[in-house]
Design a binder for this molecule. Structure first.
Ligand SMILES: Cc1ncc(COP(=O)(O)O)c(C=O)c1O
Length: 98
């Protein structure tokens, strides 16, 4: 909320090293950061995501947004609606929703 941004890439590196799952709360960032408003993870690879409206899986491989296992956001702040979401691999989302 104060505008500071965690070293997300370094945290992903640590998670890779120790086999941890990463979770990124973009609630205060969706609608604010990134070329499509997806949040800080999208913003950190701004040029890659700005160049395409529907991300091509091959071209986003290894980006911060691709590396984080679970991303959550809300529609109740910058978007001014109700609701929220989680995003991740199909297997991860199915596990959380089960
Ligand atoms: C960091 C953070 N995550 C998640 C939420 C939950 O947001 P919401 O209830 O709008 O989905 C909030 C709400 O203020 C928040 O500050």
């Amino acid at each position: 909320m104060c505008g500071s941004i965690a070293p997300i890439e370094k945290i992903c590196d640590l998670a890779d090293k120790y086999g941890a799952i990463t979770f990124l709360d973009e609630v205060h960032a969706v609608g604010m950061y990134g070329p499509h408003g997806a949040g800080v993870a999208e913003h950190l690879n701004y040029d890659i995501y700005a160049s395409q409206d529907t991300p091509n899986p091959a071209s986003i491989k290894g980006t911060v947004m691709d590396r984080v296992d679970i991303i959550t956001g809300t529609l109740g702040k910058a978007y001014g609606c109700v609701g929220g979401y989680i995003a991740g691999s199909a297997a991860m989302v199915d596990t959380v929703a089960a």
